[in-house]
Ligand binder design. Structure first.
Ligand SMILES: [Zn+2]
Length: 423
């Protein structure tokens, strides 16, 4: 790496800290999707001296309203000669705060090498890192080829439909205009994330018949039918899923098999509010519902994932008296995996070697992130997640990002830009 760029990035330490703190202090909670306008205005002010900024509202996407508009920003700077476009994409939303904090979740407190706050690692630290890397590169190398883009996008935490999916639909990730994408999610400064598993979410309802609780034989208990479903999952589905392994380098290791979470279960009367002290009426429940969250491997076709569950339910329907069900798909995400020899992978690999003096580890994510939309809708395959931070801290109380890690990651990003945009 040019030592000059590395030095310039390290000299921006205070700027990097202040920028990360400023971003954390804008409470872009999702849901409901708050303050996207504020953070986009902040980024526009920061970037517009050097970049052409476009604000894009994802009108009509889930959650978009005049109260909580889904605003995104794309900033682009063009070099002096033709060349490829490198795009850094960060989501601007953060998840709810939750319990257990000992720091102000929107304070951006700096303590030693750590900056605390909701979104510190996932992923305002990554966004700040990419901005500092690009700004330093532009100062060091005003005469560069191609273009650099930085986007701040909405709603990643709720599926990305008002963010990257919308931008991809509008052509922003068309391979003709963007050639390399780095998503600075918190995968650690020495790891390259190639992609993610798939997900399939569905609601299953078992049916029954209401009757007096003292004579359940006159009705039909939907909760017992659901018990049979859960038992079939235990006997058949869970062992089958555990026996499947992927070649994707998913971390943590447990996620290299297929998994399924049962998100929620509800049967019978609605629960009473905590301040209600009446007693329940005695009824046989005529409905029981569960939500399943099935994460699947790139080796499993989505059709087989749903068919396996439906076959199990149909088997119960054939063999269990009065068993009836409905199943409703809630959402599906197809796995995504970038080739190990894709240009962005080999370039960042070399940048990690040059900058950090070590071999990168290649990983894949157990859950999905916005790469799916860039891949499926944008048809752009040359995309990775690479950024500072510890993945396990995401969504936890006292989330933090390390300043040294951000600087190291920014140096890797800077080196990557030099490799791709300088002669
Ligand atoms: Zn994230």
């Amino acid at each position: 790496m040019s030592d000059a760029l590395s030095t310039r990035i390290v000299e921006k330490r205070d700027d990097l800290i202040a920028l990360t703190q400023d971003l954390i202090r804008i409470p872009t909670l999702n849901p409901p999707g708050a303050h996207y306008d504020t953070i986009c205005a902040f980024l526009e002010k920061r970037l517009s001296p050097r970049f052409d900024c476009t604000l894009v509202r994802a009108t009509g996407t889930p959650g978009d309203s005049d109260r909580h508009p889904r605003w995104n920003i794309v900033a682009r700077v063009t070099g002096t000669r033709p060349g490829p476009c490198i795009h850094f994409n960060s989501h601007t939303d953060v998840v709810e705060v939750g319990k257990g904090w000992t720091r102000d979740p929107f304070g951006g407190e700096l303590d030693g090498d750590k900056i605390y706050g909701r979104g510190a690692c996932d992923m305002k630290g990554g966004l700040a890192t990419s901005i500092i890397a690009v700004e330093a590169f532009l100062e060091q190398h005003p005469d560069f080829a191609g273009a650099i883009e930085i986007s701040g996008t909405a709603d990643e935490e709720s599926g990305g439909y008002g963010g990257v999916a919308y931008l991809a639909k509008m052509g922003w990730f068309n391979p003709e205009r963007v050639q390399h994408v780095i998503i600075p999610e918190p995968l650690q400064k020495d790891r390259i994330c190639l992609g993610h598993r798939g997900g399939w979410w569905a609601e299953i309802e078992t049916k029954g018949e209401i009757a007096h609780g003292s004579m359940p034989f006159l009705g039909d208990c939907a909760v017992r039918h659901m018990g049979a479903v859960l038992q079939a999952f235990e006997d058949t589905l869970y062992p089958a899923m555990a026996a499947r392994h992927t070649d994707m380098p998913v971390v943590p290791e447990g996620a290299r098999s297929s998994t399924m979470n049962i998100n929620a279960i509800h049967g019978g009367q609605p629960e009473n509010p905590p301040d209600y002290d009446g007693l329940p009426a005695h009824c046989v429940p005529d409905s029981c519902r569960i939500t399943i969250d099935r994460r699947f491997l790139i080796e499993e076709p989505i059709e087989s994932v749903s068919a396996e569950v439906i076959a199990l339910l149909d088997n119960l329907k054939s063999n269990r008296a009065n068993f009836d069900y409905t199943i409703t798909e809630l959402n599906r995400v197809i796995p995504s995996m970038t080739d190990r020899d894709a240009p962005i992978v080999t370039t960042v690999t070399q940048a990690i070697r040059d900058t950090l003096g070590q071999e990168p580890t290649y990983v894949a994510s157990p859950g999905s992130y916005d790469q799916k939309h860039i891949d499926r809708i944008g048809k752009l395959k040359n995309c990775i997640a690479y950024g500072p931070g510890v993945l396990e801290l995401a969504h936890k109380p006292d989330e933090w990002i390390g300043v040294t890690d951000m600087l190291d990651s920014a140096r890797v990003m800077g080196r990557t830009l030099e490799s791709l945009l300088l002669p």
